[in-house]
Write a protein that binds this ligand. Structure first.
Ligand SMILES: *Cc1c(COP(=O)(O)O)cnc(C)c1O
Ligand SMILES: [Zn+2]
Length: 393
C-alpha cells in the first residue's frame, strides 16, 4: 500500500513495515499499540475535496485512498458510513447553544458505530487470506463483525460476556457466527479471545490490538467535516469505552489537517468516560493523546444521567440511542452545566448505537423519567377521561 509509510509503536516510537507486524509492537507486547503513518503527499494526489464533490460512493469507501487498504481491494457490500448529521435546533436552544448537530451512527447496517471498524477488519483479513476472524466485544463490535462477515461469507468466532444485551446476542446468532458467551466481564472475554487467536492463528479484530480499527473509526471525522463543508466543528462529544472511537476521531481530524482540508487545528474533543464497557481501556494511549492534544476533557456521568439522556435526546431530535450513545449527549448537558462550552461553539454529538439494541435499558430510562403509557379499554368514553387530563393539546 503506497499510502502507508509505517506502523509506529505508541510506546517506543519504533516504526515497522505493514508486512512486518500485524498487531502490536513486538518489543512491547499487548501494550504496544501501533499507529498507521501515512504519506499525505501521495494521498493528496489520489483524492481531494473537489474530487469528493463528484464521488457518488456514499459509504466509508469514498475515502479509500485515506484508508489502510489496497486501492483495488474488494470491500464488503453492506453500506457502512455516511450516516446523517442532523441539526438539533430544539436541543440547542434548550441548552442555550447556537448550533448542535447529532450524527446518528445508530443507522449503520448492524446499528452501531462499530461497523466502521469491522468493515476495515474484514477487508484486512481478506487481504491476509484469513480463514477465521475473531473478536471480543461488549456486544456491538461483535454484532458489527458478525454482520459484515455474513455479507461476504467469512467464518468468524465471537467472544462476548454472557451479560451482553439479548438483541446483540440475537444479531450474532442470526448472522451465523460461532458465539462464545464468556462467564465473566468484557476484560475476561478480551483475554480469552487474544489467547485463542494466538493458539489457532485466527485474524484478530480486537480494539486496541489491531492497529486498523482506529482507521475505520476515523471515517466519522471525515464525514462530519465533509457534511459541514469542511468547516470543522468546535467540539465533538462522544462516549468512551476502550477509547478507540475518540482515538479514531482524533486521527481523522489530524489527517484532514495534514491534507490541508480543514484549517482549524484539531478540535477540542470534549468527551466523557462512563461505565460503558472496559475495565482496562485497550486504546487508552490513543484516547488520552486525543484529549491531551486537543485540550479536551473527560467528564464522568452517572448511570442515571446517561439513562435520562435517552428520552431527552430522542424527544429533542427523533434519534433513539442506546445508553452508550446517549452518554455523549449527557456529557454535553453536563459540560454546559459546568460552563465548559460557550454558547457560540459549533457542537457535534455522536450517537454511537441504536436504542433498539437494548430495549430493557430504554424501559429503565422511562421508569426514571416516569413515562408510562395509558391503559384503556377499547372505549371512547374511557379515552375521553384520559384525554381530559391533556388540556387543549
Ligand atoms: C464501543 C462503543 C462505544 C465506545 O467505543 P470505544 O472505542 O470502545 O471507546 C461507545 N458507544 C457504543 C454504542 C459502543 O458500541
Ligand atoms: Zn514498542
Amino acid at each position: 500500500m503506497e499510502n502507508i509509510l509505517s506502523l509506529k509503536c505508541l510506546v517506543c516510537g519504533k516504526q515497522y513495515r505493514p508486512d512486518e507486524v500485524y498487531y502490536v509492537c513486538p518489543d512491547h507486547g499487548d501494550d504496544g499499540v501501533l499507529d498507521v503513518q501515512y504519506d499525505y503527499n501521495f494521498i493528496g494526489r489520489q483524492i481531494s475535496r473537489k474530487s469528493l464533490l463528484h464521488a457518488n460512493d456514499l459509504t466509508i469507501w469514498r475515502y479509500k485512498p485515506m484508508l489502510p487498504v489496497h486501492p483495488d481491494a474488494k470491500v464488503p457490500p453492506l453500506s457502512v458510513g455516511w450516516t446523517p448529521l442532523y441539526p438539533a435546533h430544539r436541543l440547542a436552544s434548550k441548552l442555550g447553544l447556537k448550533t448542535v448537530w447529532v450524527k446518528d451512527d445508530g443507522l449503520q447496517p448492524t446499528a452501531s458505530f462499530k461497523d466502521r471498524a469491522s468493515a476495515v477488519a474484514v477487508v484486512k483479513a481478506m487481504e491476509e487470506g484469513a480463514r477465521i476472524i475473531t473478536t471480543a466485544s461488549t456486544g456491538n463490535a461483535a454484532a458489527a463483525l458478525s454482520g459484515i462477515c455474513a455479507s461476504v461469507g467469512q467464518t468468524n468466532v465471537i467472544f462476548v460476556p454472557q451479560s451482553a444485551p439479548q438483541a446483540k446476542i440475537a444479531q450474532l446468532l442470526v448472522f451465523g457466527s460461532r458465539v462464545i458467551l464468556v462467564k465473566g466481564t468484557y476484560d475476561d472475554a478480551f483475554e480469552l479471545c487474544l489467547q485463542a487467536s494466538k493458539e489457532y492463528g485466527w485474524y484478530n479484530r480486537n480494539t486496541g490490538y489491531n492497529p486498523y480499527m482506529c482507521e475505520g473509526k476515523k471515517t466519522a471525522a471525515y464525514e462530519i467535516c465533509e457534511q459541514l463543508d469542511w468547516d470543522a466543528p468546535d467540539r465533538i462529544f462522544v462516549s468512551v469505552g476502550d477509547g478507540c472511537i475518540i482515538g479514531g476521531l482524533h486521527k481523522g481530524l489530524k489527517d484532514l489537517m495534514a491534507l490541508g482540508w480543514i484549517d482549524k487545528p484539531p478540535i477540542n474533543a470534549r468527551t466523557l468516560a462512563d461505565s460503558i464497557s472496559a475495565g482496562l481501556p485497550r486504546d487508552r494511549i490513543k484516547a488520552l493523546t486525543a484529549v491531551k492534544e486537543t485540550n479536551g476533557a473527560y467528564i464522568s456521568i452517572s448511570d442515571d444521567d446517561i439513562l435520562r439522556a435517552i428520552p431527552e435526546l430522542a424527544r429533542g431530535t427523533g434519534v433513539f440511542a442506546e445508553a452508550a450513545g446517549a452518554a455523549a449527549y449527557a456529557g454535553l448537558v453536563t459540560a454546559v452545566d459546568q460552563g465548559l462550552v460557550s454558547g457560540d461553539e459549533k457542537i457535534v454529538v455522536l450517537n454511537t448505537g441504536n436504542g433498539l439494541k437494548d430495549v430493557s435499558g430504554a424501559m429503565q430510562a422511562l421508569d426514571l423519567v416516569r413515562t408510562k403509557p395509558f391503559r384503556v379499554r377499547p372505549d371512547l368514553a374511557e379515552l375521553r377521561q384520559v384525554a381530559a387530563g391533556w388540556g387543549n393539546e
